[in-house]
Every structure is written in C-alpha cells, then in structure tokens.
Design a protein around this ligand. Structure first.
Ligand SMILES: Nc1ncnc2c1ncn2[C@@H]1O[C@H](COP(=O)(O)OP(=O)(O)OP(=O)(O)O)[C@@H](O)[C@H]1O
Ligand SMILES: [Mg+2]
Length: 632
C-alpha cells in the first residue's frame, strides 16, 4: 500500500479508506515504524473494544498479554516483519475490558518508493471460535485414539487400500503378539494361514469389503509365535468425502474359547444322547434276554427229559438238533446279557500287559497270514479292575473285527498305554489316569455315519450267517461294566482304531479316607418311597448319601464314586438282586463295607446264600441302622 498514492490520488484514497474502515471481520490498522497506532478500523474496534480516539497514538503492545510483553514480543514481531517482509503468528491478545481472544496476526512493513520503512500494516483476526472448534476436534480425536489404543479385547487397526497396516492398537498386540513397529508398513495377509494366503483370502476379503462396504467372517489366524486362534473379523471400507476408498478399518476378536466351549457342549450333548440311547437299549435287551432265558430253560429241561425217554434213533437225532439250537440260543443270550451289563463278572486287579501276553498265541492264531500282527505293550502299566476272561473275549472280538476289515492284507496293532484324560474327553469318563488298549487296523474303515451304530446289538455289515452284530455290543457292555468306555475312530479307506479305557488303580491303595471327609453311603432299593425314607434316615446319622433304584444303577454310581465307604442294599430286587450286587461290589471294591436289608430274612437266606454279609431286617429303625453301620 504505497503511501505516496494515498496523498496524491484522493479518489483512490477515499475508496480504500472506506473499504478498510467498513471491514468488521478483520482489525486492520497502521503502526508507525516504532509501533504506535496511527489508524483504526471498525473491525479493530469490534475485536479490541477501543474506539479510534482512545487508541490512536498508543503503542500497539497494549494488546499483548503481560507475559508476551515481558519477552518483548511486540517489538520482536515488528523486527521480523521489517527483516523478512512479513510476520504472521497466532496468539492471545487482550481486549480493552481485559478479556482475551485468540488472534491470527499478519504484520507487513510499509515502505516508500525509496525503500524507507514508514510503518506497518497490521491485520488481525479473532479466530477464538475456530481455535476452540479445532481444540475440541483435537481432543476428541485424541480421546478416540486413546480409546482405540487402550482396547485390549479387540485388535483394531487400519489398512491402506492395498492392505498395508497403517496403525495398531493394544488389543492387536495382545491378540497377535506383534509390536506396532513390527507390523506397521507390512501387508496384513501375514496373519492368515498358508492355505488361506494361497487361496487369496486376504485380497478377497478387501475386495468384498470395498464392494459391499463391510465384510464379516470367521477363520483361523496365526499369531507371531506361530500358534493359531479362531478369529471373528469385521472389515469396513473407509471412504473420503468424495467417495474414494482411502483404506479399511479392521476389527478382530479372538473367539477361540467361545468356539471351543460351544464345540465341547455339543460334543457333551451328543455323548449324553448316545449314552442314554445305549443305556435304554441295554435295559430292553437285558429284559428280553432274561425272559428268553427262562423260556429256553423250559425247552432245554424238556429236551433232557425227552432224551431219557426216547429210544428211537431218528427221534433222538431230532432232539439232538433241537438241543444244539437251544445251546446256540443260550450263547446268544449270554452275549446280550454282556451288552446289558448283566453278565456276572468277576473283576480283580489285573495287569493288562500280562493278560495280553498270555493270550497272545490265540490272538495270533485268529489272524490271517497276509496280515502283519504286532503287539506293543507299554513299559509300565498300572493295574485295572477287570474280569480277565471277559477282557480276553472283548479283545479277541476287536482283533477278529480288524482282521475281517482288512481282507486285502495290511497290519493290525494291539497297543497298551497309560493316558491321563480330562473330564468328558472320552464320552462321559471322569478325569484321571486310564489304561488304554487300542486295536488299530489298516483296513477299509467305517463310514462316519455308521460309527455310532456299530456298537448297537445286531448291527453287522457281514453277510448272513457270518456275523451276529453282537461282538462290539459285548465289548461295549464289558467296558462300561468295568467302569471304563470304548472309543472308535475311523474314516472310510483309512483304517480303524478302537480303544478301550479302564480306570487305572493307584498303586498306593485307597487314600480316600482322610478322616476329614464324611463317610459316604450308597443306598439301593427298588421301591422309591422306601429309598427316599432310607436316604433321609441315614443322612440324619451324619453320612453323605447316594441313592440307586437298582443293582445296575448302583454299579454305575460306584464306578464314578469308588470312594464310597458303605453299600446298603435291599435284597429283593428285580434284575440283579441285593446279594448278587453285594458280591459284585465286593470284587470290584474289596474294601467297601456292605450291609443288606430284607423284609424276608428267612426266605432271603433260602433263595441266595448271603454269606458273610450282615443283614438288617426290614422295616428298620433309626437306632438299628446306626448300630449296624458302626459295626460293619
Ligand atoms: N475294525 C473295523 N473296521 C471296519 N468295520 C468294523 C470294524 N469293527 C467293526 N466294524 C463294523 O461294525 C460291525 C459290527 O461289528 P460287531 O463286532 O459288533 O459285529 P460283527 O463283527 O458284524 O459280528 P460278530 O462280532 O457277532 O461276528 C461290523 O459288521 C463292521 O461293519
Ligand atoms: Mg465282530
């Protein structure tokens, strides 16, 4: 703004003067070379509160804060403007009433034609509002950044449109294990598995997000240490105001645990369903087998009588054939009873390595020469409580099945080992040490949908007359009766592994009675009201009480609670009676105390010798039980 013109061209001068004076959004005024105010406009008056009369002739440092004045900022600003041709800054300025505003200040030196400094033009704007808005934005951005940074349950980070990682939060570090300087600038496909990378998953994900705006998926991702986790991933495309893709926001959650919990629940439900199914099949089978057995007895007895009366050789031959048929029927019944777990068993502590070794020659003979048969025994095996005869026939069953499944030749292995199982790892087995006996073959395998079926009685794929389909049912019944279980793993064309699990006996003996614990009593009675009454009575005596409605149920409870101290059972019960139960349990748990109860003491002695077991007459009184429980 050359001053020469201001004086020589009045029109121009007037116009400019009016213009500057009218501007209210900017304070525009002139300073002398020393900083004294020599002109003032409407904007200056509006921002700073002084009228022209009040302020002209004053030094412009009047607008500065004390702190700025103390460091001579006003003169410093003029010097810079003079030296560099312009000074621009932002800072607090003070109004006439002492309040402050945030100002944007520009100072230009004004020179005459000769280049002589004749003053400064000063333009000031009040940008307090803008600064406040910027502060608010900065703060909220900062808060948001801190929020995202601080989240540890979610990996939250951004990608460039090409998939390069541009930032990284604490959750990303926690979940994936990388520090930000290790990943920022690299491609996010590094978190995918090799297969996913090969099938172009990462770029497909970005493409879908770019097209649809958002893409959600689940899958395996890999941590820095190489371990995998099951991730839930959301990718959002980010666009600028013009609708151009500028990157992606990616939120990843580690839901491995949730997924595993859901899978475990499903597995447990399936296992429960399967075991309930087998349970009820066992009950039906057991009932039918018993009835059938009685009928068969009538027939065999009848045949024996007829045999003694008949002399005609033709007739005798017929009777002979009938007898053989009845014999076969009896064998079938025995097999069904084993499945129903109602076959008398005589368990005792056994080392399965020794049992298998002494049985090895028979197992070998059962095999074909085209097969490689191998027995691998664990170096050291804890004892298990089983009936060795039933174990041998179960093992033979498995080996014969393996042989039949390997008609083209291959190998069969019988292997023993000790395994520590978590609860429900194998069906509903409790946690603990188990002896595992595995029969493995390289045969044709079992289609997945049939795996659960093959243990059902009468399920066979063998030609008519070749198999009864009772083999595995017996093995299953035996395993369950021995407090163990059976597990099948197979896929079509890839062979089969059938494993038996038996609870390992601890060699240190029974350490359960630590003195601190309540003594535990298992009460067995087939009449629910009598059972309930007995439970209440014995609880009153200070015992921990379990109840069972049948001998079979009692054995199941004892399998799960081998630390029960006392068995208190009714004698007269359908199915397995109390004396049979007592004998079985004594073999199973030699240290358990047993007390029988019967309403027909005399008769009970007749139908079944109660041996050394103590018997309490029914109906019993609280005092009687208390006394008997102390004696046994
Ligand atoms: N190791 C195996 N490989 C493939 N399939 C098997 C295997 N073991 C059992 N199976 C299948 O399970 C079915 C049932 O077996 P299970 O032992 O109960 O009866 P079976 O062998 O058919 O008859 P049985 O044992 O009475 O002679 C078999 O018919 C077969 O289909
Ligand atoms: Mg079989």
């Amino acid at each position: 703004m050359p001053t020469q013109h201001l004086t020589t061209e009045l029109n121009e001068n007037e116009r400019l003067h009016l213009l500057v004076a009218a501007v209210t959004d900017y304070a525009i005024y002139m300073l002398s070379p020393q900083g004294v105010i020599i002109s003032w406009n409407a904007g200056a008056q509006r921002f700073k509160g002084y009228t022209a009369n009040e302020i002209i002739g004053t030094h412009f440092s009047a607008f500065y804060t004390e702190a700025d004045k103390a460091v001579d900022l006003p003169n410093h600003a003029l010097k810079i403007a003079e030296a560099e041709g312009q000074f621009e800054a932002e800072g607090w300025r003070v109004r006439k009433d002492g309040t402050r505003f945030w100002a944007n200040v520009v100072i230009d030196p004004i020179r005459d034609h000769g280049g002589q400094l004749i003053g400064f033009a000063k333009v000031t704007r009040d940008i307090t509002e803008r600064k406040r808005a910027a502060n608010v934005l900065r703060e909220s951005e900062e808060q948001f950044r801190l929020l995202v940074q601080g989240v540890t349950d979610y990996a939250i980070y951004m990608l460039s449109p090409e998939g390069i990682i541009t930032n990284w939060n604490a959750g990303a570090k926690r979940i994936k294990g990388y520090f930000d300087n290790e990943v920022i600038g690299t491609h996010f496909s590094r978190f995918y598995t090799d297969e996913d990378r090969q099938s172009n998953r990462p770029s497909q994900t970005l493409n879908k997000a770019a097209i649809e705006g958002r893409f959600e998926s689940e899958g395996w991702r890999v941590r820095k240490d190489g371990t995998s986790f099951w991730a839930h991933v959301v990718v959002d495309a980010i666009q600028n105001d013009m609708g151009e893709l500028i990157g992606f926001a990616k939120v990843t959650r580690d839901i491995t645990e949730r997924r595993e919990a859901a899978a475990a629940l499903e597995k447990a439900q399936l296992a429960l369903f399967q075991s309930q199914k087998m349970e009820s099949m066992g009950q039906i089978t057991g009932g039918v087998a018993h009835d059938f057995n009685n009928l068969l007895n009538v027939i065999t007895n009848g045949l024996a009588i007829l045999q003694s009366r008949i002399s005609d050789s033709k007739d005798l031959k017929i009777i002979d054939t009938m007898e053989r048929a009845a014999q076969r029927g009896a064998t079938l019944i025995q097999q069904l009873l084993t499945f129903a777990r109602q076959q008398p068993s005589n368990p005792s502590p056994q080392n399965l390595n020794s049992v298998i070794r002494s049985f090895e020659s028979i197992l070998r003979r059962a095999n074909d020469r085209r097969l490689e048969f191998e027995i691998t025994l664990a170096a050291k095996l804890p004892d298990v409580n089983i009936d060795p005869g039933l174990f041998e026939s179960a093992l033979l069953n498995l080996v014969v099945n393996a042989r039949d499944a390997t008609p083209e030749g291959g190998n069969i292995t019988v292997q023993t080992s000790v395994v520590n199982l978590k609860e429900n790892e194998i069906n509903s087995l409790l946690a603990g040490d188990y002896v595992k006996v595995e029969v493995r073959d390289s045969g044709h395998g079992i289609p997945t949908e049939l795996i659960e079926k093959i243990i059902e009685p009468f399920f066979t794929t063998k030609p008519l007359g070749k198999g009864t389909g009772l083999g595995l049912s017996q093995v299953y019944g035996f395993a369950k009766q021995s407090c163990g279980d059976l597990h099948i793993s197979s896929s079509q064309g890839h062979g089969t592994v059938i494993s038996l699990f038996f609870p390992a006996l601890s060699n240190t003996g029974d350490t359960a009675s630590s003195g601190r614990k309540l003594e535990q009593v298992l009460i067995v009675d087939d009449q629910p009201d009598v059972l309930d009454m007995a439970i209440d009575l014995i609880k009153m005596l200070g015992y921990e009480v379990y109840g069972a409605g049948s001998g079979e149920e009692a054995i199941r409870i004892l399998c799960d609670h081998s630390d029960i101290d006392i068995l208190f059972t009714d004698v007269m019960m359908p199915g397995m009676n109390g004396v049979e139960l007592a004998r079985h349990v004594k073999r199973m748990l030699p240290s358990i105390k047993i007390l029988l109860a019967s309403g027909f003491t005399g008769q009970a002695k007749n139908i079944d010798d109660i041996g050394d077991f103590r018997l309490i007459p029914k109906p019993y009184q609280l005092a009687d039980i208390a006394k008997e429980l102390r004696i046994i």
